[in-house]
Unconditional design. Sequence first.
Length: 277
Amino acid sequence: MAHRRALCVGINVFKHLPTATLQGCVNDAHDMAALLTGSLGFAPEAVTVLCDRAATRKAILGQLQHLVKAALKGEVSELVFTFSSHGTQVRDLDGDERDRLDEAFCPHDLAAASEGWKPDTIITDDELRTLFSALPETVTLEVFMDTCHSGTGLKGVDPNLLLSPFQPRPRWLPPPWYAAPEPDRALDRPPERVRQPANQVLWTGCRADQTSADATFDGRANGAFTYHFLRALREGGPGQTRTALRDAVRARLKAAGFRQIPQLETDAAHRRRGVLA
């Protein structure tokens, strides 16, 4: 058990964007940490939780780099990273995205610039991919992203929804330069995907063309994906396959009236196993 470590991040409050406040992300982080140290058997000291002010870009990447270094030293065999916050986009600089936009994730210190987000206040999917690619094949990485991980097709999202505490809100921040996609960027085409390494498992709260909801359940705020993931896991037990768990979470969300469809990206072998098994 000493060889299992985790980082759980939840950000409700954004230093430079007070109107972008969310409600359930901090609860998500603590709930996922409780799952890990409870039924999944992680040692409490092996799980780090970063929330709000503590969850800056520097702190998040610093903790992830620390975990990767530990893995390279042979001190870690299983890593978990959970992230609940806003998703957004930045301009694609390396040409790996068909719509010329990179998926990005918002830390507490996110700040706008004239042409988008300040680079030193955002975390891109390319940065995470590069960081995690250094992991040895013997180390299993399981990532949970309860955030809108792409803005494809989101031209109808009203950022003013972020101001209302009375209804589910999308965990999505339009970039300062955001505009509807150009006609030649067909929205019915699937986004470019990098093949998931065999030792990595990625859970996302929605498809690339959807939003992940920040909602209230029985008077307590959570991400809709995180809330229903935890309950489906509790009902079916950690021994259920990841595919069965994904399907159970999807069914729960649909029954509750949410349109988002969680995604599971990994190889066939990991799909047939239980979470962190």
